[in-house]
Design a binder for this molecule. Sequence first.
Ligand code: DC
Length: 227
Amino acid sequence: MAQSIALDGPAGAGKSTIAKRLAALLGLKYVDTGAMYRTLGLACTRRGVDATKEEEVIPVLQTADIRVGYVGDTQHVYLDGEDVSTLIRTDEAGAMSSKVSVHPPVREKMVDMQRKLADEISVIMDGRDIGTVVLPNAFLKVFLTASVEERARRRRQDYLLQGKNKTQEEVEEEIRERDYRDSHREVGPLKQAEDAIRVDTTGLSIEQVVDTIRELYENRQKEAANA
Ligand code: DC
């Protein structure tokens, strides 16, 4: 039986860092679903499409060849055969992906791809709707949060590494905007599943968060073995 983890939460909660560590520790395949929306966002940028208009996004969705592959344990995404894994990491691509992800046909296709990736093996999948829509029967569901201030502090550090200097207020505003859009779309909004365990990472180190979730997973395994 697959024993997959659904890891949801807002932008900047630390999902991908935590998921990668847990994947290595627990022997799970890491699936980054945001990367798929980002790749579609990039396809829209390249074709000069207005990502807020569903009728403009649909032809891109139908014709862009978006694939997910693995090099060792690392997920890569491909757009029309080109490895765009690094190109999709900009904040422009992040904003674009948030816009394309509101359209129902986009979500339908992505959810389908994501379920196929988790078909036969245990995965740790991070996103916004994994516990609610993509893997409703996940073995463990975790909803990772942190305060807006803390998420903005972390994001500012990332920006500094990219040579960008933004104020704390600017980054907090960006995060609030993204949270609002991600939580208020009609299909697959960012929302904690009823049976998800909430882990607030404000003030915690990466190791502390990893340990907390590993413990939750191992406890679930014990429960399942005794059931
Ligand atoms: O996790 P991320 O920042 O790479 O995600 C980029 C955008 O993709 C995010 O703003 C919302 C969207 N997304 C989504 O709608 N559903 C998911 N499962 C993952 C990401």
